[in-house]
Design a protein around this ligand. Structure first.
Ligand SMILES: Nc1ncnc2c1ncn2[C@@H]1O[C@H](COP(=O)(O)OP(=O)(O)OP(=O)(O)O)[C@@H](O)[C@H]1O
Length: 225
């Protein structure tokens, strides 16, 4: 087990946020964090990435709490080139130039690495965001809406990269609105609805327990009053 959430909650001043949740993330697994708009996905990710402090409960780390993280939208300094951004982040994360270049190759940006990010399309910026998240040593990789702005080719490549992370023993947690994408990848599923954790467990077990054929049916069943 990598991390355990025990009664973890975040209540904002307006009463919204995340109600107490309990779950674990297992080593070498992929977990999909599913939920509609305002369900609490980003709130939970902000707690896991230590961007916010919870209002109740705790996260118990059974491995290093160093997390690699792909935010859902990132404002790279547009006057820098892709290579310069990777160098800047690479120096912070102690990642060699060779590894930075290998990552730029993996996300198809090596040839354009000397272009300023302001000339990049949304998908290219998202791929740079993916490349920076793959740098470093954190055993837990958290991807917030990673398919945003990616075309089908790069969604397929993203899937391959996530599976490769699992194969080398890392734990992946990703949030998404795309339930078919989630279903293709996830070992485990967390479904949030209006700040509550309404389903938590192995995808196949949940589908059997709830007599549902797929994740979309399960999600609809869990959110329908
Ligand atoms: N800083 C904040 N202050 C007050 N309320 C907030 C804050 N951030 C989020 N909320 C509220 O907390 C709830 C959960 O929001 P959150 O952003 O975690 O949802 P989400 O699942 O990521 O949604 P989406 O899919 O739309 O991005 C929502 O009701 C939202 O309005």
């Amino acid at each position: 087990m990598i991390v355990e959430a025990q009664g973890l909650a975040q209540q904002y001043a307006n009463g919204r946020g995340l109600q107490p949740v309990d779950f674990t993330l297992q080593q070498g697994t992929i977990t999909a964090l599913a939920g509609g708009n305002g369900a609490g996905k980003s709130t939970l990710i902000r707690l896991l990435t230590a961007q916010d402090q919870q209002s109740a409960g705790q996260l118990v780390w059974h491995a290093s709490s160093e997390v690699r993280y792909m935010p859902d939208d990132v404002d790279f300094p547009t006057t820098l080139t892709a290579a310069e951004i990777m160098e800047l982040l690479g120096s912070l994360k102690k990642v060699s130039l060779a590894e930075q270049h290998a990552l730029l190759q993996r996300v198809g940006l090596y040839e354009v690495r000397k272009q300023k990010v302001q000339q990049f399309s949304k998908g290219m910026r998202q791929r740079l965001n993916l490349a920076q998240s793959l740098m470093g040593k954190g055993q837990l990789l958290i991807l917030d809406e990673p398919t945003n702005g990616l075309d089908p080719y790069w969604i397929a490549k993203l899937k391959e990269m996530m599976v490769a992370e699992r194969e080398r023993g890392c734990t992946v947690l990703f949030s998404t609105h795309l339930l078919s994408f989630a279903e293709e990848l996830a070992d485990d599923v967390l479904i949030l609805h209006e700040g509550k954790l309404v389903a938590n467990g192995a995808l196949h077990t949940l589908l059997q327990q709830h007599h549902t054929a797929n994740l979309e049916q399960l999600w609809l069943q869990q959110i329908t009053p």
